[in-house]
Design a protein around this ligand. Structure first.
Ligand code: DHB
Ligand code: MG
Length: 593
């Protein structure tokens, strides 16, 4: 189906919005009146710009407070409408959106509303224009789609139909099944928006918190299914009022928006992009650093051994159990200090995973490889993290590990780390919803609930995306103090079967663990019963503790190197990420700085 986006959904000038929509692959736009009023371009120039960009103008909006008002008011409305219809003719737009009235003088009189809309449609028809009447969720008397449709039926005019907007329908809890009672040709337009499930006034909710389908809590696909059954064949159009998108770069927002429609269309069986290919593990985490020494010291103290070196690049492979960490001193020019730059995802079908990622608009990264290196497909996540789709020691598939030559080092002592438990990636503040949708749709991971975490200097939000068996877990976090990279760093959480042994080993080898305040342990003692000496051990090492319905969680943190730190995690059935402990950890990290 054709896809469209309202200019109000994107940041910038009208020109910037149109360019972003076109680049992201939209077929058309809804032009929001304010964007037009504020543009220095003439109507003819806007029309030509859209044509050059391959965009149709699918809707002009909104007209407000038209119907069921006193007669003198309505006469003025018709005069205003004539003016707008002339404008639309010059613009080349043939559908106008009319919102249900919020006028203080509007009366609760369906017959009068129908009579007024019929007159408006009569006038519109002279200009070859169609009027799409939309029930605002906060409309004074008309605030449900069924009520709007009753009035349209009563008005009975070929140039009058309805505009359905998923936000207004789903925010009020209306049953979307009734949409099937409207003939498809009377649905003149379909606007789509999702929203997080919040208990608040619908107008505020709508104007500030809408998001793209798949990013909130509404069943937008279910609603569209009802619309498609009517025979509606107009565009799927996104109309998203959102405080974050208003400020973020229009380019990435438009791509995020288009991805949401691709995923929606896939859900509805309208398109079939390459199938989802869920990663089955973390092959490696790659750190870039200008100086390998500090991070190597931490890895060594954690019990990792530098086992191999890339044949052609200054990249070392550090390994312990199934945990592999690459330390790359070549890419550091791009970043300041040590950071987590890439993740290798063990994929059942690396090439297939890359094809899906590309089809869902993930930026494909050039393969930086030498002639005999294994071909590695990589894409960039919204936060810039490089995601490699790879295979480790699997016959028939290119083996990334073969690009590394063993250096013969082995770890001293038994392994205390088993593998990578999870990776925590800090998202730029304006990419949080986009990141969730990206990891869900491109990688096929499941998103858990978003949790709020109090940082002493602001609020953090965090949400985990995982595969079914938990062998891939990524915690996406967004911080309130985005400039504080020391605290809001990325981290690599390492799975251990004995966090006490792993922590002691780290300390004996000269590693420094994050100190946790005594008050925390006094509280733990009040909340849980521990075996003799257990709490003292946690207190001594800075080990944090949590429990959920499934088991217990013990974890501690190394101090931070550049923009990255490590966590040691002992997960005994526990499914979370120690969220109750996160405020204490964040405060301790601020203090340690
Ligand atoms: O918030 C508004 O006023 C508004 C305007 C036009 C729409 O299509 C809409 O859904 C909301
Ligand atoms: Mg709308």
């Amino acid at each position: 189906m054709r896809t469209s986006i309202a200019t109000v959904s994107l940041s910038g000038s009208l020109t910037e919005k149109l360019t972003a929509a076109s680049r992201a692959g939209f077929d058309g736009v809804e032009i929001f009146e304010n964007d037009l009023l504020a543009s220095p371009l003439t109507l003819e120039e806007i029309r030509a710009r859209c044509a050059d960009l391959g965009l149709t103008i699918d809707l002009y909006q909104p007209m407000r407070d038209i119907e069921a008002v006193p007669a003198d008011e309505f006469a003025r409305n018709l005069r205003r409408a004539r003016h707008k219809f002339e404008l639309m003719r010059r613009l080349g737009a043939d559908t106008v959106l009319v919102c249900s009235s919020v006028h203080p003088l509007a009366v609760d009189d369906d017959a009068l509303a129908a009579y007024h809309l019929r007159q408006l449609a009569d006038l519109a028809q002279d200009f070859g224009i169609r009027v799409a009447y939309e029930a605002l969720a906060w409309g004074r008397h008309v605030n449900t789609y069924t009520h709007a449709w009753r009035i349209i039926e009563a008005a009975d005019h070929p140039a009058l139909g309805t505009c359905l907007d998923s936000f207004h329908i789903l925010s009020k809890g209306s049953d979307p099944k009734g949409i099937e009672d409207i003939p498809g040709e009377k649905i003149f337009f379909l606007q789509l928006a999702d929203a997080p499930l919040l208990a608040m006034d619908v107008l505020q909710w709508s104007r500030h918190y809408r998001c793209f389908p798949g990013q909130g809590g509404f069943d937008v696909a279910g609603l569209v299914r009802h619309v498609l059954r009517t025979g509606y064949r107009g565009p799927l159009s996104l109309e998203v009022f959102n405080d974050v998108f208003r400020q973020a770069d229009a380019g990435p927002t438009a791509v995020d928006a288009r991805r949401s429609l691709l995923v929606l269309q896939e859900t509805l069986g309208l398109i079939t992009p390459p199938a989802s290919c869920v990663p089955t593990g973390v092959a490696f985490a790659e750190l870039v650093t200008p100086d390998a020494e500090p991070v190597s010291a931490v890895l060594g103290a954690l019990g990792f051994a530098r086992t191999a070196r890339h044949r052609g690049k200054p990249v070392d492979l550090w390994q312990q159990g199934e945990a592999r960490v690459l330390v790359n001193t070549a890419g550091a020019a791009r970043r300041d200090g040590t950071g987590l730059a890439a993740i290798g995802l063990e994929s059942p079908d690396p090439a297939g995973a890359a094809r899906r990622a590309e089809a869902l608009l993930a930026p494909v990264l050039p393969r930086r490889r030498a002639l005999d290196d294994a071909p590695l497909d990589a894409v960039a996540a919204p936060d810039g993290t490089e995601l490699f789709f790879c295979a480790t020691d699997r016959p028939q598939l290119p083996n990334w590990r073969a690009d590394f030559a063993d250096v013969g080092h082995e770890a001293r002592g038994a392994a205390t780390v088993r593998g990578i438990d999870h990776l925590a990636l800090t998202q730029p503040w304006h990419h949080y919803d986009e990141a969730t949708l990206f990891h869900r749709s491109v990688l096929g991971l499941h998103a858990q609930e978003s949790v709020d975490v109090a940082d002493p200097y602001g609020l953090m939000r965090s949400r985990a995306v995982t595969n079914a068996d938990g062998s891939v877990r990524v915690a996406l976090g967004v911080g309130a103090a985005p400039t504080d990279d020391t605290v809001h760093a990325q981290h690599i959480a390492l799975a251990t079967d004995d966090v006490v042994a792993a922590a002691r080993r780290f300390r004996r080898a000269g590693g420094r663990l994050l100190p946790i305040p005594a008050n925390y342990y006094d509280d733990l003692a009040a909340r849980y019963e521990f075996a003799d000496g257990e709490l003292e051990t946690y207190r001594e090492l800075g080990i944090l503790y949590d429990r959920d319905a499934y088991g217990t969680f013990r974890h501690c943190y190394t101090t931070t190197v550049g923009h990255v730190f490590f966590e040691l995690v002992q997960r005994d059935g526990y499914r979370g990420y120690g969220a109750p402990n996160a405020p204490v950890r964040l405060a301790a990290q601020h203090l340690a700085r």
